[in-house]
Write a protein of this length. Structure first.
Length: 289
């Protein structure tokens, strides 16, 4: 979306969520500022490749045991960096939400030459003492989704009533419409479990985050019950020069009411990045070890 010649901005979505969770209205705010906005499905989600591996056991998934681990956040970050290469971009602004923010962090220290700036939304650093969600939110996340298109849409509505922004008016129809569209694009129930396992098994990233040099903004909701505000503060404290923005009333979602604030902070941070000379050579690289 946006000017094909604009500075590229890659958006990385969270656990089990598809690229369409970056809603058009939010993307239009970014594209309207002159950026080329790029959305994609992470592996094991939507129309991207489903990994041929069994779903992890609940014990392994919650405890972060390596047994049965299909992939890690490093692998998901290499996917994002590989997309930047495949699009023949030298680098991009990288913005991630929730698990997508974790992936963006890893791209930031694993492939720093691909990252112009980092926007990290409702995400954590892997520090265990601040990573546990509130019990109701955890229970809602781990609840098995029912079979069937309409039933899964109702499940999504119930989930976001628990983890979404309590300050703003509930918009059940918007959530239901999004869930139906996601169901129609492709459903991979085991993929979400494998992604959660990747998160819990990837450990604490704070030491590696100290090496990030891209301009960074960390945006977090004051009412997030799933990835608590302390987790966002942990990320901001670990990255040199990171700006922390706490959005009053925001939960673990991106309702239209917060789009101007979120887009404004992401855009302001992107403009802190050094300008890239037009016509600079676009080099293809392999992911760093």
């Amino acid at each position: 979306m946006g000017d094909p010649a604009g500075e590229p901005m890659v958006l990385v979505m969270g656990l089990g969520m598809q690229m369409i969770a970056w809603e058009d209205g939010l993307c239009e705010l970014l594209a309207g500022a002159g950026f080329r906005v790029i959305r994609f499905d992470n592996r094991d989600t939507g129309r991207s490749t489903a990994v041929r591996a069994p779903a992890p056991t609940r014990v392994a998934m919650l405890a972060g045991l390596r047994r049965g681990l299909a992939y890690t956040l490093d692998d998901l970050a290499d996917d994002a960096a590989g997309l930047i290469d495949a699009l023949e971009l030298d680098s991009a602004h990288v913005v991630g939400a929730s698990m997508g923010g974790m992936i963006a962090q890893v791209v930031g220290y694993r492939a720093p030459d691909r990252v112009r700036s980092l926007g990290l939304i409702m995400t954590g650093s892997g520090k265990r003492t601040v990573s546990m969600p509130r019990l109701r939110a955890l229970g809602a996340l781990l609840q098995d989704a029912p079979e069937g298109r309409e039933a899964q849409a109702e499940h999504a509505v119930r989930l976001f009533r628990l983890i979404g922004s309590p300050t703003f008016a509930a918009n059940d129809e918007r959530i239901r419409a999004h869930a139906l569209a996601a169901y129609d694009r492709g459903r991979n129930r085991a993929g979400a479990a494998r992604q959660l396992h990747a998160i819990t098994a990837s450990g604490d990233r704070r030491r590696r985050l100290r090496s990030v040099r891209a301009p960074t903004v960390v945006i977090h909701g004051s009412r997030d019950p799933l990835v608590r505000p302390a987790a966002g503060r942990s990320v901001a404290a670990a990255i040199p020069g990171a700006r922390l923005v706490i959005v009053p009333g925001m939960g673990h979602d991106l309702p239209p009411e917060v789009w101007p604030t979120v887009a404004g902070e992401v855009l302001a941070n992107a403009r802190r990045a050094p300008a890239v000379r037009p016509g600079a050579p676009r080099r293809r690289r392999v992911a760093s070890a």
